[in-house]
Design a binder for this molecule. Structure first.
Ligand SMILES: [Zn+2]
Length: 164
């Protein structure tokens, strides 16, 4: 269960997660459970570079309280927000119609284009928080160190497994 305004997970008990209404009291939303892989994701290198993110690992979601798309990328200090031009997002949705089925606030497009990776998923938002936490925990020095990149790889392997 996610509180929309603060983007915090407020509860994971059965009673809350079994709630069948999509929005509770206009404040909370139940987070879906299943990630979806997007093996045919369309996005050119130029489009990615236009987003001007400092790291090729980011997630994107619609934040209802602010009525805007948010881009966030994990960093050793936690998740950092970046400006996402609406036109850039609309062009992505045109090329990837699956994105229009994303649930606002509680689902995100997760992108890993680090080095040769081209991994794209629609994931429950708590998966993004999990990735952010994992990076905070394992990041060492300026470039993160080998351990954090191994952990990130494992995270995406688990995601791929559960997306089947
Ligand atoms: Zn609860």
């Amino acid at each position: 269960m996610l509180e929309l305004a603060t983007r915090k997970i407020v509860c994971a008990c059965d009673a809350c997660t079994m709630t069948f209404v999509p929005v509770v009291e206009g404040r909370f939303k139940v987070i879906p459970r299943d990630p979806r892989a997007l093996p045919d994701f369309q996005m050119s290198e130029a489009e990615w570079e236009n987003l001007a993110l400092p790291i090729s690992l980011a997630f994107f979601f619609h934040h209802t309280p602010n009525a805007k798309m948010v881009a966030m990328y994990p960093s050793p200090a936690g998740a950092t927000e970046s400006l996402l031009p609406l036109s850039a997002w609309e062009s992505l949705v045109r090329q990837n119609p699956a994105l229009s089925g994303m649930e606002a606030d509680v689902e995100a497009l997760l992108v890993d284009r680090v080095r040769e990776n081209r991994r794209h998923f629609i994931v429950p938002i708590d998966k993004c928080f999990e990735l952010v936490g994992l990076i905070r925990m394992h990041w060492r020095g300026l470039s993160g160190g080998e351990e954090v990149w191994r952990e990130i790889d494992r995270f995406f392997e688990r995601l791929q497994e559960s997306a089947r």
